[in-house]
Structure formats: C-alpha cells, structure tokens
Write a new protein. Structure first.
Length: 105
C-alpha cells in the first residue's frame, strides 16, 4: 500500500497545483467615468460600442467625449480604401457626418 501512495503523490501534488491556480480573468474593458454625448443622447459611464445615427438632412452629428477614456469613431468599411478611424482624447469634441459607431477605449 505504501508503494501505491508513493506513486500517486506526484500526481496529487500536480493536481493540487493546477486547481490552486486561478484562471486568468477575461479582459473586459472597464467603464469610462464621465459622459459620452452622441447627437442628443448622453451616456453615463459608457463602456463598449454605441451606434452613431446620422440625420437624414445631412447635418453633422456632434460627438463629445467628457470621459476619462479615449473614444474611436469607427468609419464605414465599404469604401475603398476605407477612411481612417477618428480618435477623440478625453475632453475633445467633434462634429462628423461619417462613421457607423463610437467605441469607448
């Protein structure tokens, strides 16, 4: 019996080491503190992606980044070549007629 216990000891130690480790938490973006305004809609502590609606009459859409995270206005990808994404640092604002959505972070 002692021989079997000696054989199983390395396996028990390896299993204990494996189960004692906590798996890496998936990287979830932290919410931004502050306000994100797109057109006439304001989001509080935004995180993720928000739609960018454009007026039918072609007027520019106001985007205000009053958060502590940079935001990216993701542009249409069906143009060749696609226009560059627009990045707004915290505290910046712009008026735009392009883009599909606004991504925080």
């Amino acid at each position: 019996m002692r021989h079997i216990n000696r054989l199983l000891t390395p396996l028990a130690k390896a299993t204990a080491r494996t189960t004692s480790r906590t798996p890496a938490a998936p990287a979830h973006p932290s919410p931004a503190s502050g306000f994100l305004t797109i057109g006439s809609t304001t989001y509080i502590n935004p995180t993720g992606t928000y739609p960018l609606f454009h007026a039918a009459d072609g007027t520019l859409t106001l985007v205000i980044n009053d958060t502590d995270h940079p935001i990216t206005i993701i542009t249409e990808s069906d143009h060749s070549p696609p226009p560059a994404d627009l990045i707004l640092a915290p505290g910046e604002r712009t008026e735009t007629h392009r883009g599909d959505c606004v991504q925080v972070g």
